[in-house]
Design a protein around this ligand. Sequence first.
Ligand SMILES: [Zn+2]
Length: 374
Amino acid sequence: MSFSTLVQDIAFRDSRSDERSSQISLPHSVARSYASTSATSVSIAGDISSQLHGGYSHPLTRAWQAERQLTKAMLIYPLFITDNPDEETLIPSLPNQHRRGLNRIVPFLRPLVAKGLRSVILFGVPLEPTAKDALGTAADDPAGPVMSAIALLRRNFPQLFIVADVCLCEYTSHGHCGILREDGSLNNAMSVERISDVAMAYAQAGAHCVAPSDMNDGRVRAIKLKLIEAGIAHRVNLMSYSAKFSGCLYGPFRDAAGSCPSFGDRKCYQLPPGGRGLARRAIQRDIGEGADIIMVKPASSYLDIISDAKEIGKDMPVAAYQVSGEFAMIHAGAKAGVFDLKTMAFESTEGILRAGAGIVVSYFTPEFLDWLST
Ligand SMILES: [Zn+2]
């Protein structure tokens, strides 16, 4: 039977689908074609484009369905660096992640770099009791953990792209992301001045990228202007945490970085979880202020925002941070037998890429370096 005859037969059968019993009276050949194609007849009767399975029946053709496939170059690995050079402490709420001192970082990273690690993002964790004050003075201490780590990593791993997170909350006595007024609210002008100075210090120390995560208004512009004035804007990437939402997914990170606010919360500068329009405005603003990369954080609960970021910033890279709480949830789910860890790590990351990100800050980076090699 030719294909067109088959379609005609099926169309005829479909037109009488409310009279199933009537097929008994159809000519013998029609009845037989109905029987032999019953499994697919509904879709064959419709548009030919309804036949999709052939397009993804092979592992490779399934991979080709993705606009972006996860590669090692997309991954940025977060590192927590303490001011105690020999420390290597497991962070209980953040599975397999450690706080490390300067003496521990290079031996830890060497095998990862050999496996294809391309980028890290540095978070300083001062543990000395005297390290914190109201201005976050330790943030750009030349002998502090981040400034020292930048130089150390540049020396040991010339190919590694070093991102320095820029914020004050790890260094302020009150744990907020800027400088406060007497009433406890954020003094935006003073905070921007201080944050941009810290960003400049990291850039001068050799960071390839500075990434302000503080969410003060206007800090991207202030940093870009200082980079231009210093004559280093051409070699320093500015990645803005543009759409950083407040919420409970940062708990394990705050354990890791010791950056929990001593009073209040961050809801007056981080975005409210329902604030899609606000996020779009923040993204537009940061692009206008000179950001080179736009970041959305957290990732999996904010896939629509990642998609918005890619639409608004379609000519620039979009990054997403799969934050500590997301990572810990995946580990907890796997431990409870809900799903397989590796499968869920890929599934969640592929969702982030599908939404529009081309860069993922991920605690799964060491595992991905292995998984993507096999
Ligand atoms: Zn902060």
